[in-house]
Design a protein. Structure first.
Length: 333
């Protein structure tokens, strides 16, 4: 809980629980602006927060969700209840804050799995059944190569979907286990080398702008591998080029892993579905869940994923993760 000045937006007082949620002491919170503990890559703005405070001070209680950035750079979802304690001239408001990250993630994960069940699995199964029926009704003794190839490729897709769902579950349930602190560039190169071995025709380049350290586990490898593989398999070039740049984000200061390609733009409906998994149509639900794997795996580590269209053509996928302090020399990689 906290007491805010509805005019300036400053924290006047806070309890221990709020200090734990945001990672700042009460004294530090008094000196911070709202923008400094708000995730600035989301559409939430400081002016919007001030408007909420002012509206509550005028007698209309406010309840809303906010994407907050903790002192360590980790992003969390919080729910805020703002109310006026009593009519006063000092315009102070009472704010109750709840960390709802786990609830938010569980809700949206359920939405995603429902989407997969309704669309992805059903569509692939329908195609396989259709091809099987076509083969059974055919006059030839053996089904055509096209039918066999379609059944095989769609079966592989079903297997990939199952693997992706398992990766998301693993990332969410084991987000705080088996975490290792490593240099960002080293972790990226490990994944890039593995993907290069699986796709020998691809040219995967890794460059480091500035050394940074992050905490990683299997979820990190899942996310980065999907980003790199998407850049490779969706390329029309015989020798796809994937450029990965590692360094501090210019806007947030977090560790940024930027994966760039020269491919066709990622369909906007695919990106929109990440925030609203159940808002789908027959033409916009997408064909896979690789982007969801990136999102859930990176967010399980307190980060986020951004998708951009490059001015020169192609896509840029940005994995933003909380920066960590350099570990002891005995634990460096």
């Amino acid at each position: 809980m906290a007491i805010y000045d509805a005019v300036s937006g400053a924290v006047l007082d806070a309890n221990t629980r709020l200090e734990e949620i945001l990672g700042y002491t009460s004294d530090q919170l008094r000196e911070l602006s709202v923008a400094e503990y708000t995730a600035n890559t989301y559409p939430h703005t400081e002016s919007e927060f001030h408007d909420r405070l002012s509206t509550a001070a005028n007698g209309s209680p406010q309840q809303f969700m906010w994407r907050a950035k903790r002192a360590d750079g980790e992003l969390i979802w919080i729910q805020m209840f703002i109310s006026r304690q009593r009519p006063t001239a000092d315009r102070c408001v009472h704010v109750e804050v709840r960390d709802i990250t786990r609830h938010y993630d569980a809700h949206h994960r359920a939405e995603l799995f429902w989407r997969v069940l309704r669309h992805n699995l059903r569509n692939e199964a329908a195609i396989i059944i259709g091809c099987a029926e076509q083969a059974m009704e055919g006059t030839e003794s053996e089904p055509s190569e096209e039918i066999i190839s379609t059944i095989r490729s769609r079966g592989e897709k079903l297997g990939n979907i199952a693997t992706s769902v398992k990766q998301i579950e693993h990332a969410v349930t084991d987000s705080q286990t088996n975490v290792v602190r490593v240099s960002t560039a080293s972790a990226v190169r490990d994944v890039a080398n593995r993907m290069g071995a699986e796709h020998p025709d691809a040219d995967i380049r890794v460059s480091e702008r500035k050394p940074m350290w992050i905490d990683v586990n299997d979820a990190f490898e899942y996310a980065l591998a999907h980003a790199v593989e998407n850049a490779i398999v969706h390329s029309d070039d015989e020798a796809p080029v994937v450029e990965i740049t590692v360094g501090p984000s210019p806007n947030t200061g977090r560790a940024e892993i930027r994966i760039e390609d020269a491919n066709s733009p990622i369909p906007p409906e695919e990106i929109a579905a990440l925030s609203s998994p159940t808002v789908t149509t027959s033409t916009s639900h997408g064909s896979g869940i690789g982007l969801f794997v990136m999102k859930w795996c990176v967010e399980s580590l307190g980060g986020e994923v951004l998708f951009e269209s490059r001015d020169s053509g192609g896509n840029a996928v940005c994995l933003l993760l909380p920066p960590k302090q350099l570990p002891d020399s005995t634990t460096t990689d």
